[in-house]
Design a protein around this ligand. Structure first.
Ligand SMILES: Cc1cc2nc3c(=O)[nH]c(=O)nc-3n(C[C@H](O)[C@H](O)[C@H](O)COP(=O)(O)O)c2cc1C
Length: 311
């Protein structure tokens, strides 16, 4: 999620769940091809399984980026056809591409030529007035014919004019039955549902109808909600970690990052919600918010915050 998640966030979430597939934020083809690719592509091996999400529309550029993702060892390459921001529209990518299924199909075909790793798509159920079920199926059919077999569907349409990206995640109503219907009509495709999923129980109930569930905001704001994912969703009976032990598991990572000049708060900002619902959560959050961005902030700052939760 742009501006929210990054590699530090993913490393942290990986301490909570081993099996959940994690995605990068959208990285544009321009950023990868004309700027410093390592800045956008580097990650810790522990982050696997990990998908790189691309934003772009030029097939040859998408292909070059897919080849880069392949070299860097990403497990999946996902194309964003769901982001409605003005900046993205002016670059002719994101959700506006739902109006150009042929171009998306060309992009997918070019990416598949460049890598053997799965190429997947994230999109909406429609845009603007083009929101009929027939248009959605035409879109999916066209892109599937180019070799994409996994579709992550944000179960609400996007209005390309008049709504901010934030409003486009809240105002158009969620339509889960439409995504379920897509799965029924395309049983051979892997259909993953997204939008408004707040708990693992809700995710599980979607799994009765579709193949996967993607969780965005809830997992960021309350990362501990993922703690039971390995057991409930993936059938891994390893014992559940404690939130405090997850903090302690971050010690070596934090030390290594600090030694490379990463400021502490870049890592701890993703950890603020860890103790949500647990006594001391507010003191944890407050201590980190106030101290982690100070010069000299280090692992001791995290331990001091932790002491406030367990007091
Ligand atoms: C701050 C923010 C940034 C986002 N950035 C991306 C992005 O880079 N790529 C993407 O596919 N979706 C992005 N999204 C959308 C989410 O992935 C997701 O589709 C949407 O929030 C609905 O799911 P949720 O209710 O589980 O959050 C972003 C959402 C937020 C709140």
């Amino acid at each position: 999620m742009l501006d929210w998640t990054d590699r530090h966030c993913r490393y942290f979430l990986r301490q909570i769940t081993h099996h959940t597939l994690l995605y990068t934020e959208m990285v544009t083809t321009g950023a990868l091809l004309h700027r410093d690719p390592a800045r956008f592509l580097r990650y810790h091996p522990m982050e696997h399984p990990l998908a790189l999400q691309l934003g772009g529309s030029e097939p040859h550029e998408l292909a070059r980026c897919a080849a880069l993702a392949d070299e860097w060892g990403y497990d999946e390459i996902n194309l964003n056809v769901g982001c409605p921001s003005d900046r993205v529209q002016s670059g002719r990518f994101g959700a506006c591409l739902m109006a150009e299924p042929g171009l998306v199909a060309e992009g997918v075909a070019a990416m598949r030529e460049a890598t053997d790793r799965p190429v997947t798509l994230k999109h909406r159920i429609g845009i603007d007035e083009r929101d009929s079920y027939a248009e959605l199926t035409r879109f999916v059919e066209t892109v599937a014919a180019a070799g994409c077999s996994t579709f992550i569907v944000h179960a609400r349409k996007a209005w390309l004019q008049g709504l901010s990206p934030k409003e486009n995640r809240e105002v158009p109503p969620l339509d889960y039955p439409r995504v379920y219907r897509l799965k029924r009509d395309f049983p051979n495709l892997e259909i993953v549902i997204n939008g408004g999923i707040g708990t693992l129980q809700q995710a599980l109930s979607h799994l009765g109808q579709v193949d996967g569930a993607m969780i965005g905001r809830a997992a960021y704001q309350n990362p501990w909600m993922l703690a039971d994912a390995d057991r409930l969703i993936f059938g891994d009976d390893r014992s559940l970690p404690e939130p405090a032990s997850v903090v302690m598991q971050m010690r070596d990572y934090v030390a290594a990052e600090l030694s490379q000049g990463t400021p502490l708060h870049r890592i701890t900002r993703h950890m603020l919600g860890l103790f949500q619902g647990i006594p001391g959560a507010r003191a944890w959050r407050r201590h980190l918010s106030e101290h982690a961005n100070r010069p000299g902030a280090d692992w001791q700052t995290v331990l001091d915050a932790l002491a406030r939760v367990t007091q």
